[in-house]
Design a protein. Structure first.
Length: 937
RNA sequence: GCCGAAGUGGCGGAACUGGUAGACGCGCUGGACUCAAAAUCCAGUGGUGGCAACAUCGUGUGGGUUCGAGUCCCACCUUCGGUACCA
């Protein structure tokens, strides 16, 4: 019988479903193993060939661990809230839930087609009220907790209130933005509204006015990582800074732990580096400067307190509170002009011209606390309101930006570090000897930092301070398709948590999804839903995309629990994710927020581990090839690529072409044939009568090919279904693995797939005779056959353990080639081989296992074959013989030959004598079992 | 700029702790089968020279360590990813 993937894959897919082969229990004596994929956003374009790369790898690991005797949790779900569905709803009027469920159904079908071993009984969707009930619940926990720096964990706000009632807010070490110290009496006198505002400064989920990334086109606020190069990541719309009342999460409270605990994770160095850069910890000093003719003080933050004698001016962020107070009447006009300039500057402008130096003098002077020097105060947009204290002492001699600023505005520069002993050291390097710096003179920089820090603390003008780049995460979105906040406001505007019993708070029905006016979410239109009795109102914002994805890995452990987000039994059994596979694009956002939520739940003793994801593998992107034609903008004609490139390409627009029309797709020679041009014109009616300019004598219209993202808008999406239809899922799976290391990005290229397809046929053929009858012999294998088997077992299991799946596929090919050569059809060799290949090609393995006479599924009942090194032992070893390190030939020696004997024998070899002719043998190096090198000179 | 990853045949890639560079696959060349083609099977395939044995060069570039370097060290170049006035 011929290998027919279509039939066997259909058959076993059905069998797996009918028999719930992949259903996992939370009660087992077996050791646990949790393999997780980053769940997808169910986009309208469906799965392309890039998505499954990680899913295949994780599926191989899951199946492998299962055969190795582990109880494996391997779930899948959908990150189903999100902007695209809502944008689509605005355009088409289709409810986001409807399009989302359609997309999910499509994704599910595509995934089933690939033979994954997911336990679908645990499927989660973040937009399902049964799921987001618990997202809301965790949010309320965050709302009702603050971070206590003494206890180094989250504590209930109720305890904080009790403390305020007893002693005010002194004596509390908490992560907060409460600046004012108040007494118990003052607390007692506060109005509910005032108390609410104070508590908001402590809560882990809190509301405050923040400068946010406002995206007018999307009508919503975006998180920092949803903005790329000043435009929205989804849609590419402009983003501007705008102050708005927003919910935020106090992730900064966990900055230190998020940084320190990275150490214990088995993540790539680059991934850890990205996280640690994002957290951006720095050690420095918080320090007060007095002002001339004023009692006010300016608080600054610096990591280079040693350079204070070189501080010749100060710079405040334009938004700094003191700017209005300190500006002198004389400078008022100049300052106002500068402030209005800053307002016109979007985040995008600031990012794009980093080198431009702008600023204004406000007329006031600060006093250097060490030498009484009068230093002018400026404002400039290069100082950020949100970092440190929003104010710096500028040291033009030792800071690149300060120097540029001083040069532009003609400010004094005092050299304070002699770097002559360190040629090549840059301005940023902390090396050299202090000069012009009073009591610091002659000290090395690092000593000087320590010395002045001590002095600052002794003088009581400042203290050591650790700062982070990490910002609190803005948590409000003015959108419909997200989790509603379980928060109600009383008539005073005080926020109250909804009762847990009333969760989930479901989204109201709407038929218009456009934002309401004034930056209010579409929920503002649902007046019946928003307005409650006695003047109470609901929150109209919804939660951001990362809300549901920050804890979904815990929900899988006990996905249908209606009483808790997951039972303690389930949490304590599965604990954490042993292997997490996903793309790097989530390096900072999702992984950081998940770690934060997990740590919070750990503090509450609701999660059993400090970290959620022990081992992380980042699969590389599979890119597509974008094909486009050159359109001459003035002549309004298309030019063949080789012609266009010879001309000034600026005059051309590149019009993307659907890859289905292209001949030789993906090669350098890709072109449109006459038929392709016809299809193109049909597809883009507006070019119906546009002329195509060819090279003289050529009938090929060449297109431009470039490697890039697979996307619907580039018309280059390759659907795995098409590949599976032609070659089968087993072949598709093995081919994707065969392409190269899982972590590397690579362009999709179908050319090599025939090699894998041939291999599967050959593998299948081992079990059948010439007439196509199943024919497996019970004879005992020869030594050589055992060796082939055990070489494969060794190689494949070692390589799975180190996630080197491409070399596993090679190992299978080698084994099949060699067994074929020996015409081996012996059960004792073939049966273990079927088990070995089962994680990679689950359908073929299942069919052959069945034909070998086994009942039930190989994936449920099989046992991974054990490696026995006895079979690899050889009587003799082939030694490479090198002369002066260059291999000149090989000679067989007995495997147990002693080193001394080998040395003697080697010198006697004909070939060695030939090379040594006329010269002396100086040294013989023997590495037993490996090689022999003879040094001649 | 800074941080990280990577540069190996025509192509995807292998070589795990320094020990026969190019496994495996694609492609290409030749052959078998066929009326023919496809499919399949067999053989060959880094460059140069040679009928051949063999020689010689060869892992981004330049230097170093070593009996021996794709692998370790130093300097540089290129590509990709992240980040960007962070005081």
């Amino acid at each position: 019988m011929d290998y027919s993937p279509r039939d066997i894959e259909q058959k076993w897919k059905q069998y797996w479903e009918d028999n719930e082969v992949y259903k996992v229990s939370n009660h087992s004596d077996k050791p646990k193993y949790y393999v997780l994929d980053m769940f997808p956003y169910p986009s309208g374009s469906g799965l392309h060939v890039g998505h499954p790369l990680g899913y295949i790898a994780s599926d191989i690991c899951s199946r492998y661990k299962r055969l190795k005797g582990f109880n494996v949790l391997h779930p899948m779900g959908y990150d189903a809230f999100g902007l695209p569905a809502e944008q689509y709803a605005i355009e088409s009027g289709v409810h986001p839930a409807v399009s989302t469920f359609e997309n999910i159904a499509r994704f599910r079908k595509q995934m089933d087609n690939l033979g994954f071993s997911y336990d679908w009984s645990r499927e989660v969707m973040t937009c399902d009220p049964a799921y987001y009930k618990w997202t809301q619940w965790i949010f309320l926990q965050l709302f009702q907790h603050y971070y206590d720096k003494s206890a180094e964990k989250a504590m209930p706000v109720a305890g904080l209130v009790a403390h305020f009632e007893q002693e005010g807010n002194s004596g509390i070490k908490a992560a907060s933005n409460q600046e004012r110290i108040f007494s118990a009496a003052e607390w007692a006198n506060m109005t509910p509204r005032e108390k609410d505002e104070v508590l908001m400064n402590y809560r882990l989920a809190y509301r405050k006015v923040t400068y946010v990334n406002w995206c007018e086109a999307l009508g919503t606020v975006l998180a920092n990582d949803e903005v790329k190069d000043g435009v929205s990541e989804r849609g590419g719309y402009p983003v501007e800074r705008k102050p708005m009342m927003q919910w935020s999460l106090r992730i900064t409270a966990y900055a230190e732990r998020l940084l320190n605990d990275l150490q214990e994770l088995e993540w790539s160095e680059s991934m850890k580096a990205m996280q640690s850069n994002w957290i951006g910890r720095s050690e420095g000093a918080q320090l007060f400067f007095g002002l001339e003719g004023s009692d006010e003080k300016i608080e600054i933050y610096t990591t280079r307190a040693d350079t204070i004698f070189g501080a010749t001016f100060m710079v405040l962020a334009p938004e700094h509170d003191l700017v209005a107070k300190l500006t002198t009447p004389k400078q008022r006009a100049a300052v106002d002009e500068y402030l209005s300039y800053v307002k016109t500057r979007s985040e995008r402008d600031r990012v794009s011209d980093v080198k431009a130096v702008t600023g204004a003098f406000i007329g006031a002077y600060a006093i250097n606390p060490f030498n009484g020097a009068k230093i002018p105060i400026w404002i400039s947009e290069y100082v950020l309101k949100d970092y440190g204290t929003g104010a710096i002492m500028a040291v033009p001699a030792d800071d690149e930006r300060d120097r540029r600023f001083a040069e532009k505005f003609g400010l004094e520069i005092i050299e304070i570090i002699d770097k002559s002993m360190h040629p090549g050291a840059t301005i940023e390097d902390k090396v050299g000897v202090m000069i012009n710096s009073d009591f610091l003179n002659g000290m090395e920089v690092l000593d000087a930092i320590e010395a002045i820090m001590q002095r600052i603390e002794d003088m009581g003008i400042g203290k050591r301070q650790v700062n982070y780049k990490l910002r609190d995460a803005i948590y409000s979105r003015q959108r419909y398709w997200g989790e509603p906040f379980p928060i109600v406001y009383d008539p005073d505007g005080v926020a109250h948590a909804m009762a847990t019993n009333d969760l989930p708070l479901e989204l109201p029905e709407l038929d218009d999804f456009k934002p309401a006016s004034g930056g209010v979410s579409p929920l503002g239109r649902a007046t019946d839903w928003v307005n409650l009795a006695h003047g109470w109102k609901r929150e109209t914002d919804t939660m951001p995309g990362f809300a549901g994805s920050s804890w979904y890995f815990l929900r899988y452990m006990d996905a249908r629990n209606e009483k808790e987000f997951a039972s303690q039994q389930a949490l304590n059994y599965w604990r954490d994710v042993d292997l997490y596979i996903g793309g790097t694009e989530h390096a900072v956002g999702h992984l950081m927020y998940s770690r934060f939520w997990h740590k919070f739940l750990y503090d509450k003793e609701l999660a059993p581990t400090k970290e959620p994801f022990r081992k992380l593998i980042n699969q590389g992107m599979i890119q597509g090839v974008i094909e486009s034609v050159y359109y001459h903008k003035e002549e309004r004609r298309f030019y063949s690529a080789e012609l266009a490139k010879a001309m000034d390409t600026n005059g051309f627009a590149e019009i993307p072409v659907h890859i289905d029309f292209i001949s030789e797709y993906g090669s350098d020679e890709s072109y449109l044939s006459a038929e392709g041009i016809r299809q193109f014109k049909n597809w883009r009616q507006e070019y119906q009568s546009t002329e195509f300019v060819f090279s003289p004598g050529s009938d090929k219209f060449y297109t431009k090919s470039e490697v890039g993202k697979m996307s619907k808008s580039k018309f280059n999406v390759i659907n795995p279904d098409d590949v599976v239809a032609q070659y089968g899922a087993d072949c598709f799976r093995m081919y994707e693995m065969f392409l190269g290391p899982i972590e590397q990005a690579k362009p999709w290229d179908i050319k090599g797939i025939s090699g894998v397809s041939n291999f599967l046929r050959r593998f299948w053929g081992l079990f059948f005779d010439d007439k196509g009858n199943f024919n497996v012999s019970e004879a005992s294998p020869a030594k050589e056959e055992w060796k082939i088997l055990h070489q494969a077992i060794k190689k494949v299991s070692e390589d799975i353990e180190r996630f080197s799946f491409n070399t596993c596929v090679s190992a299978f090919m080698v084994a099949a080639n060699e067994l074929k050569k020996l015409n081996c059809n012996k059960r004792e060799v073939l049966e273990p081989l079927v088990l070995l290949i089962a994680p990679f090609a689950p359908f073929v393995a299942e069919e052959l296992w069945n034909r070998l006479g086994h009942e039930g599924s190989i994936h449920a009942n099989g046992q991974y074959p054990a490696f026995n090194p006895e079979y690899l032992k050889e009587d003799s070893v082939q030694y490479p013989i090198a002369i002066n390190g260059k291999t000149r030939g090989t000679v067989d020696f007995p495997a147990d030959a002693r080193k001394e004997d080998l040395e003697k024998a080697a010198v006697e070899l004909e070939m060695v004598k030939k090379w040594a002719d006329g010269k002396t043998i100086r040294k013989v190096i023997v590495v037993p079992g490996r090689m022999i090198n003879i040094v001649i000179g």
